[in-house]
Design a protein around this ligand. Structure first.
Ligand SMILES: [Zn+2]
Length: 398
C-alpha cells in the first residue's frame, strides 16, 4: 500500500528549514521518499492526499511523562484512585496522547508497573496509544517524600540492593531505567539540591541496563547529583535545574542529553494561587525558577542536546497537551520553531536510542507523521490546536 502526502510544507525534524510543495511517499508503513515534489513521478495506484496549506512534521517524541498520573491539582490525591481504575484511565489518556500528535513516549516512573501493562495492552490491540518505552518504578534511596506517590518508587540502599532493584524493573519488562540522583520538588521533604543515589550506586544501575543494551534516565536537580549521574554514565539528565558552566562542559564532553521539562514551572506559576497545588511545591519552584531559566538558556546556547519532556501527568499538566512544552520554549525565546521541532523529534529519538527507526522524515524511517493545519513559522501554537491528522507506522490514526 502506497500513500502520498502532496504539497505540504515539510519540516522533516533534521533541523533543516521548511520545504514548500513537498512530497512524502509512504510504502508499507515506511517512508520511501521525502523531499522536493517536482523531482519525482507519483507512483501509480497510490492513495494521494493533497495537503496544500498544511504542514507535515515527524510524530513528536515526549521522553518524560508519567502516564498513570492525571494532572490533579494535588498529586497526593492519586493515592485514592485504585490501580485497576488508574490503568483504564491511563489507557484512555494514552489514546488522547497519540491523537494529539505524540507518537512515542518514554514513561519516567509508574505506579505498580501500570506503564508496562498499558504498553502490552496497546501491543495486543486492546487499545490505541503511542509507541511506549516504560521504566517501571523509579529507583531511589530511602527518602522523605517518596510515599507522596505510593507505589512509584523502589527504594534501595547500597550497591547490592540497587542492583536487585534494577534487575526487578528489567524482569518486569522495563525498556529503560529511571533513578533519583537528587531530591524532588514535587513531594514534601524532597530537597532538590541534595544528592541521593551515590555515583557508585548509579553506575550499578547503568551497568545492569547496559547488559541488555538499555539506557538510564536520571532525575537530577543539584549540581553534585547531576555530575555524579553523568559520570556514572546515564543517557539523560531530567530537569537539570542547577546546571552551571562546569556541568554544561561535562555534558558536552560526554554527550549527555538534557530534558528540562520546562512547562512544569510554568504551570506552577500559572495555577499558583488558590488552585490547589500544595504550597510547598510552589515555594520550592519559586526559589529557583529564574536560575533555572538562565541556566537553560546558557545550556542551549552552548550546544547541549536538549530533548523534549513534558512531565505530563504532574499538576495541571494534562496528557494530550504535551506539546505545550515546545510551544513555551519558542514563545519564551529559548528556541526557534524549527529548533524546537528538531528537539521534539530527532534529538528526542537520539536521547531514547530510537534514531534508527523514528524521529525524522527520511527514507527508511517509520512513517510517524503529524499533519498540522497552517504554518509553524513564528509559533508552535498549532501543535496544540491545529493537529489534523496523525500517522503511526503509516496508519492514519486520526
Ligand atoms: Zn517526572
Amino acid at each position: 500500500m502506497i500513500t502520498v502526502l502532496k504539497d505540504a510544507i515539510l519540516i522533516d525534524g533534521t533541523g533543516r528549514q521548511p520545504l514548500e510543495n513537498s512530497l512524502v511517499i509512504i510504502e508499507d508503513g515506511t517512508i520511501s521518499y521525502a523531499g522536493d515534489g517536482e523531482k519525482v513521478r507519483l507512483p501509480e495506484s497510490a492513495d494521494i492526499i493533497d495537503l496544500a496549506g498544511k504542514t507535515v512534521i515527524p510524530g513528536l517524541i515526549d521522553i518524560h511523562i508519567h502516564m498513570d498520573l492525571h494532572g490533579m491539582a494535588d498529586t497526593y490525591a492519586e493515592n485514592l484512585v485504585e490501580d485497576k481504575l488508574r490503568a483504564i484511565r491511563t489507557a484512555r489518556e494514552m489514546r488522547d496522547t497519540l491523537l494529539s500528535g505524540i507518537t512515542t513516549v518514554r514513561n519516567c516512573g509508574s505506579v505498580n508497573f501500570i506503564d508496562i501493562a498499558v504498553k502490552e495492552a496497546i501491543a495486543v490491540g486492546w487499545c490505541e496509544g503511542p509507541r511506549i518505552l516504560a521504566s517501571g518504578k523509579i529507583i531511589s534511596i530511602t527518602a522523605a517524600g517518596n510515599d507522596y506517590f505510593l507505589g512509584m518508587y523502589r527504594e534501595a540502599d547500597g550497591c547490592d540492593e540497587v542492583r536487585k532493584a534494577a534487575r526487578e524493573q528489567l524482569k518486569a519488562g522495563a525498556d529503560f531505567l529511571k533513578l533519583m540522583a537528587t531530591g524532588a520538588y514535587m513531594n514534601p521533604g524532597g530537597i532538590p539540591g541534595a544528592s541521593q543515589l551515590s555515583r557508585e550506586e548509579m553506575a550499578v544501575v547503568v551497568e545492569e541496563a547496559a547488559k541488555l543494551g538499555l539506557r538510564v534516565a536520571a532525575h537530577a536537580h543539584g549540581k553534585k547529583g547531576i555530575i555524579d549521574a553523568i559520570e556514572a554514565g546515564v543517557a539523560t539528565i531530567e530537569h537539570g535545574t542547577f546546571i552551571d558552566n562546569e556541568v554544561i562542559e561535562l555534558m558536552l564532553e560526554r554527550g549527555t542529553f538534557l530534558v528540562p521539562t520546562y512547562v512544569v514551572g510554568h504551570l506552577f506559576e500559572k495555577y499558583a494561587s488558590g488552585a490547589g497545588i500544595p504550597e510547598f511545591m510552589i515555594e520550592k519552584n519559586r526559589e529557583t525558577e529564574q536560575l533555572f531559566k538562565d541556566n537553560l538558556r546558557r545550556a542551549i546556547k552552548a550546544g547541549v542536546k536538549v530533548a523534549f519532556g513534558s512531565d505530563a501527568g504532574t499538576n495541571f499538566n494534562y496528557h494530550g497537551r504535551n506539546a505545550l512544552e515546545l510551544v513555551l520554549l519558542v514563545e519564551e525565546g529559548f528556541m526557534t520553531p524549527v529548533q524546537a521541532i528538531c528537539s521534539g523529534t530527532k534529538v528526542s529519538a537520539e536521547a531514547a536510542g530510537l534514531e534508527q527507526s523514528i524521529g525524522t522524515i527520511e527514507v527508511g524511517k517509520a512513517a510517524d507523521l503529524v499533519v498540522i493545519n497552517g504554518s509553524l513559522d513564528n509559533s508552535l501554537q498549532a501543535l496544540l490546536d491545529g493537529v489534523e491528522a496523525v500517522y503511526k507506522g503509516g496508519c492514519r490514526v486520526r
